[in-house]
Design a protein around this ligand. Structure first.
Ligand SMILES: Nc1ncnc2c1ncn2[C@@H]1O[C@H](COP(=O)(O)OP(=O)(O)OP(=O)(O)O)[C@@H](O)[C@H]1O
Length: 308
């Protein structure tokens, strides 16, 4: 169980329960002054020795990966979908898993979350072998998975957020964290007492991601957050993911928009037919659009002038 009551650092060195606002009007920047977090991500990357950023005491790196999965084989009934798939997300790192449709990206996320039992292989969260553990225990270890617009439709917006505070063990912290999350998204704040079923698709996506503010995960796993959303909303959500990462959450992102992924993450794995076929830094891939196009087309011939 993690200690409750961590605060968001601002550029002025002050601390606040309220996270700095993302930079787009839809996500609340118009209503709040912008403030960069004081903790730079470069001080938070994992290392071989134990380090603690004095400005961000909540973030400690002991050299253990936030997520490590290896040799994953998984099937739906008789149909095998994953073939020895594996990847690692270091503490404080942002990683994307990219690939064409239907190659098994979401299936690997299900295995990581404990929603699908692998036929073979192992999953470790923060060095703990969770391969046979139920999802609940993985959440207790700091996993938070955001899948599409998944919310509890009959619960109110505020109740949906409060659901994710239970791991802190503190009602007071949960209450404050819910207010902090609502402060980031004025559109959610205005509808805090309405059932989630009344929200638009974009608002539900905001709510699904806002739960990470309350959960304060060690590993945030996101499946397709940009799908069907206006660019301005996607920009706000990306900014929130950056801020959560700066506060210590490692991030694993599955994303169809290569541009969104490459502008957000440090490192990329490419998947094809249930296997990881390439791994590179986001900067190197961004500098080689031809390669990205070929990888995203999954080995099919690249027609001249085709866009990834
Ligand atoms: N519940 C299920 N039962 C049976 N087959 C499934 C199930 N879910 C996914 N599949 C199949 O497993 C394969 C991998 O699907 P998966 O959703 O993991 O791919 P993906 O890479 O995430 O695709 P996309 O990018 O289109 O979301 C596909 O062939 C899909 O049809």
């Amino acid at each position: 169980m993690r200690p409750p009551g961590r605060r968001w650092s601002t550029a002025t060195g002050a601390t606040s329960r309220v996270p700095p606002a993302p930079a787009t009007p839809s996500a609340g920047a118009a209503a709040r002054p912008s403030a960069a977090t004081a903790c730079s991500s470069s001080t938070r990357r994992s290392g071989t020795s134990s380090t603690t950023d004095p400005r961000c005491p909540s973030m400690t790196s002991d050299g253990t990966a936030a997520l490590s999965c290896a040799g994953i084989r998984a099937s739906y009934g008789p149909v095998q979908v994953l073939f020895d798939a594996g990847l690692t997300v270091e503490q404080g790192e942002k990683v994307a898993l990219l690939g064409p449709n239907g190659v098994g990206k979401s299936t690997l996320l299900k295995v990581i979350g404990g929603l699908l039992r692998p036929d073979d292989g192992s999953v470790h969260l923060g060095g703990v072998d969770v391969t046979r553990m139920p999802t609940r225990k993985r959440v207790d270890l700091g996993l938070c998975q955001v899948v599409g617009q998944a919310t509890f439709p009959s619960l109110t917006v505020a109740e949906n957020l409060a659901m994710h505070g239970y791991t802190s063990g503190s009602r007071r912290w949960t209450k404050e964290a819910v207010e902090a999350a609502l402060a980031v998204f004025p559109r959610l704040h205005a509808r805090r007492d309405q059932p989630a079923s009344n929200l638009s698709g974009g608002e539900r996506q905001m709510l699904a991601l806002a739960k990470a503010i309350v959960a304060e995960p060690k590993l945030l796993v996101i499946d397709e957050f940009s799908l069907g959303l206006a660019p301005v909303v996607v920009g706000g959500l990306m900014e929130l993911v950056r801020r959560l990462n700066e506060r210590g959450s490692a991030v694993l992102l599955v994303e169809q928009s290569v541009n969104v992924a490459l502008s957000l993450v440090d490192r990329v794995y490419m998947m094809e037919k249930g296997e990881i076929i390439a791994e590179d830094t986001a900067a190197e891939l961004a500098a080689d659009p031809e390669r990205v196009r070929a990888l995203m087309l999954g080995g099919h011939a690249v027609p001249e002038g085709a866009q990834a």
